[in-house]
Design a protein around this ligand. Structure first.
Ligand code: MF3
Ligand code: CO
Ligand code: CO
Length: 270
């Protein structure tokens, strides 16, 4: 039995608007990601853009799921071996760093949730490959989305692609249903078996946001109650889109002029 909400046409229109605004925050912040800048400065710039330019609410700010302390910032900045939920602060970025910025805006009650990887200066070969493989994982997962497909189909292709490359999939965090609620059913696992878990229907909206580690999949939680790092200190990458299940397949909602194009790997997939 699944409890996954089917969005109305009005919901879908609201989610298109929120999705575009979320992606546009990432477009806005892109030129500021460079050596010498702190993650706290990136947070402040994003916060002011959301609140003062877009008229959106940064969903992370004071977000407080059960068992957590309120999240203190407006975006997540996950640098190098941080897997997710990196809290912006005084950390000065240097050339060779690899950064995920995860933005969630609220507009008219609807959430748009998206993240991208950024290279600070010149990336290592490993960082470039890990980011590229993770991007392919996200798009291979998205490309499975259509009515009648199962959530396990998404997890399976992501896990296969990551592990074939010698990387590992983080298990403790997953994609999620989203709408007027930030995190709702279903959980979208980034590993699994084809034909398992819930069957998709048109009108469902959820995120696909694989976290892929260059080393082992185990995590460790930092003392701030939020930041999650790789246990073996290997690099970790993540990309995220919010996606609608349509009658014929899918529509990515977190789209903007500056977003990277869909991975060419999905032309070959089928
Ligand atoms: N944006 C994250 C996600 O993709 C959630 C961040 S929760 C926060 O689900 F409180 F850390 F911001
Ligand atoms: Co998300
Ligand atoms: Co997110």
């Amino acid at each position: 039995m699944s409890n996954i909400s089917i969005k109305t046409n009005a919901d879908i229109e609201g989610m298109r608007i929120a999705g575009k605004l979320g992606a546009e925050v990432l477009d806005f912040i892109t030129p500021y990601v460079k050596p010498g800048v702190t993650t706290g400065e990136l947070d402040r710039l994003c916060h002011d853009y959301m609140v003062n330019v877009q008229g959106t609410i940064p969903a992370p700010l004071n977000y407080c799921p059960p068992g957590y302390t309120p999240y203190p910032k407006s975006v997540c900045t996950s640098l190098n071996d941080i897997i997710c939920h990196g809290v912006p602060g005084d950390k000065v970025m240097k050339s060779g760093d690899v950064l995920n910025i995860d933005v969630t805006v609220i507009k008219n009650g609807y959430h748009g949730d998206t993240s991208r990887m950024f290279f600070v200066g010149e990336p290592s070969i490993l960082a470039r490959r890990l980011s590229a493989i993770t991007y392919e994982c996200m798009w291979l997962g998205i490309d499975k989305i259509k009515p009648g497909a199962h959530l396990g189909d998404i997890g399976y292709v992501i896990q296969q692609h990551a592990e074939k490359a010698g990387y590992s999939v983080v298990r403790e965090f997953c994609g999620h249903g989203i709408g007027t609620v930030f995190h709702e059913e279903p959980q979208v696992l980034h590993y699994g078996r084809p034909g398992t878990l819930e069957k998709l229907e048109a009108g469902m909206i959820f995120t696909v946001e694989p976290m892929i580690n260059a080393g082992r999949r185990e995590i460790r939680e930092m003392g701030d109650g939020w930041t999650i790092k790789t246990k073996d200190r290997s690099l970790s990458a993540q990309w995220e889109h919010t996606v609608l299940v349509t009658e014929t397949g899918y529509e990515v909602l977190t789209v903007s002029p500056g977003m990277p194009p869909p991975s060419s790997i999905i032309d070959k997939a089928a």
